[in-house]
Design a protein around this ligand. Structure first.
Ligand code: URA
Ligand code: SF4
Length: 232
């Protein structure tokens, strides 16, 4: 694997790379992509997961929220951020003045990756690796092209790397407006789109100082909310 820390993760997959590209529809909107993603075999994560969890929301959404990958509940229900992290996210969005119904919510990786706890029943989240993140990137790219938001919120390091490249670090890059790298030469619009990065809601739930972590999440989301108001 080539190793430049600045390399954007979706650049030049090697010959043995995992890749969702062959499963993407050539045309069509979000519904066509959602249907096609349900059949994706672009990396091995589909083998043990229940189903693809595609993004949810309207193409007219003004803000895209990107998480890491579905969790246990999301895997069972087929929708992003419906478990404990989702409940925390909903609360933080409301406090920041963002209505979840006006957002498009998705993940950098569309299948749940897990290991089985001893005893074999409980499924424990395992972070996706760079190969899986790279494989799944075409779906996120399609969503970014199909949803006409001005602001994209990266929830945590995995989403940040997927959107901004491998040199992304939550601690140094959170809470500010960062121009979204151009997704597509065909998207010939003059409008600049921005990424606001913040903590992952699950990191807030795990934090020793949950209150401070939660306040940080809300204040980063407020940066996104203010940007939206300014851009319109
Ligand atoms: N964590 C994520 O990153 N995404 C989800 O959809 C749920 C939990
Ligand atoms: Fe396809 Fe992404 Fe699922 Fe891998 S994780 S099979 S690339 S949808």
């Amino acid at each position: 694997m080539s190793r430049s820390d600045d390399a954007h993760i979706d650049q030049e997959p090697g010959p043995d790379a995992y890749d969702a590209t062959p499963y993407l529809p050539r045309r069509g909107g979000l519904p066509a992509h959602r249907r096609a993603a349900a059949e994706c075999r672009g990396c091995p994560l589909h083998e043990n997961a229940t189903q693809t969890v595609f993004g949810q929301g309207a193409a007219t959404a003004r803000i895209i929220l990107v998480g890491e990958q579905p969790g246990d509940q999301e895997d069972k229900q087929g929708e992003p951020f419906v478990g404990p992290a989702g409940r925390l996210l909903d609360k933080a969005l409301t406090e920041a003045g963002i209505d979840r119904d006006t957002t498009y919510v998705t993940n950098a990786v569309k299948h749940f990756k897990f290991t089985l706890a001893e005893g074999g029943k409980r499924r424990i989240h395992k972070a996706p690796d760079l190969r899986e993140l790279t494989a799944c990137r075409p779906w996120l790219r399609a969503e970014l092209l199909l949803v006409h938001s001005d602001v994209v919120v990266a929830l945590g390091a995995t989403a940040g790397k997927a959107l901004l490249g491998r040199s992304f670090r939550v601690t140094k890059d959170r809470g500010t407006l960062i121009p979204l790298p151009d997704e597509d030469e065909r998207r010939n619009e003059d409008v600049e789109r921005y990424v606001v990065a913040t903590l992952h809601p699950s990191a807030v739930l795990r934090s020793n100082d949950r209150e401070a972590a939660y306040a940080g999440l809300v204040s980063d989301l407020e940066v996104a909310a203010r940007a939206l108001r300014k851009l319109h």
